[in-house]
Write a protein that binds this ligand. Structure first.
Ligand SMILES: [Zn+2]
Length: 360
């Protein structure tokens, strides 16, 4: 047999295999996504250019990841050094202006780790994007909204929450696995009461964390959120805890178990189409316990990596559909179209705006 015939044979075999195994939409049905969506989970970054106060560890600065991160933000070290860290927010704002479906994004600050005594622990930190930088610069861009990040061990934590609220914060973001936060600590009661008083929801990473090199995944156990929920905090579990397990149970299941007990517990669908998380999509899109509790987010710039390509869904999407989504240039539109085609319900796209009370 000539190589040509072998290749033809393989293509025909793949085609037949796909015909036999095609399963279609993962959720109940594909929807036309609405317009005016808010992305409630969007990152910015920086290394202090233009006096932003942001910093990254030397290890990260010297690693291959540094250039790659800036590249998926659509920039590079030279440009950011010249135009400032703020230039990354300008890129995000422009891309949102160009988006057909998404009108706004919540930009997440990232606090440094603190010791149990409340001292800044810069040595174990990898990334810090300060509240002052995000809170002040988003005001230049009507498409961007401020999410503060306040470590509960900080001596000025309650004042910082107040400052954040006064400066337009729509939520507070944590990443316990790398910030060294155990959400179950009872000494956080005053912090939690302050969040309730200020009506600031908490968006927290739940499940294992795989983007950073030093991570304590014990702190990503959904069960640790129980105390905050009992205090009445509105908690959104990022990525529906779709990574890792504890005590022989997946973190997703540990989170879902808590949903009926706590109506103030919600989740976001950011980065769920990524190849290492996609196996949870059938549960996330169809589990009754998540009905009305799931909202749209991207985890931008992770939407710009090959790990979220629509081409990994040949058994769920038609070839033309995959190709059309693949060819969509705008990062937000590509993400919205993919999630909608896989069966994400309309109310998931609409809920972020409603939940955060964003009018414009
Ligand atoms: Zn994130």
């Amino acid at each position: 047999m000539t190589p040509f015939l072998i290749v033809c044979g393989l293509i025909v075999a793949l085609f037949l295999l796909r015909l036999m195994m095609f399963r279609g939409v993962i959720g109940k049905e594909a929807v036309d996504p609405p317009r005016g969506i808010i992305d409630m989970h969007c990152h910015t970054a920086g290394f202090g250019a233009g006096g932003s106060g942001a910093w990254i560890s030397d290890a990260l600065r010297n690693s291959w990841k540094f250039g790659l991160y800036l590249k998926i933000f659509g920039s590079n070290e030279k440009t950011v050094s010249e135009e400032g860290d703020e230039s990354l927010m300008a890129i995000i704002a422009k891309s949102i202006q160009e988006s057909e479906f998404v009108d706004g994004a919540v930009i997440l600050a990232m606090d440094a780790p603190y010791t149990a005594e409340g001292e800044l622990d810069r040595d174990s930190g990898e990334v810090c994007v300060p509240n002052r930088f995000v809170g002040e610069r988003v005001k230049k861009f009507p498409e961007l909204h401020f999410a503060a990040s306040v470590h509960p061990n900080r001596k000025d934590a309650l004042e910082e929450l107040e400052w954040s609220k006064e400066n337009g914060a729509v939520l507070v973001k944590w990443l316990p696995n790398i910030q060294n936060i155990d959400p179950s600590e009872e000494r956080y009661e005053a912090y939690y009461r302050k969040l309730v008083e200020l009506d600031l929801p908490l968006l927290t990473h739940v499940g294992d964390e795989d983007s950073f090199s030093q991570t304590n995944n014990v702190l990503g156990d959904p069960k640790l959120l129980r105390f905050a929920l009992e205090c009445g905090v509105k908690v959104t579990a990022a990525h529906v805890a779709s990574s890792g397990e504890r005590e022989g149970q997946t973190n997703v299941e540990r989170l879902l178990e808590m949903m009926p007990e706590f109506p103030n517990l919600l989740a976001d669908i950011s980065t769920l189409t990524q190849s290492n998380r996609r196996r949870y999509l059938p549960v996330v899109l169809n589990d009754k316990r998540l009905e009305g509790r799931l909202m749209y987010g991207t985890d931008y710039p992770l939407t710009n990596t090959p790990l979220v390509t629509p081409l990994q869904y040949p058994l769920n999407l038609k070839v033309g559909q995959m190709w059309k989504i693949f060819r969509t240039k705008n990062s937000w539109d590509r993400d919205v179209k993919l999630k909608a085609a896989l069966g994400t319900k309309r109310d998931v796209f609409e809920m972020s705006r409603e939940f955060l009370g964003i009018k414009n």
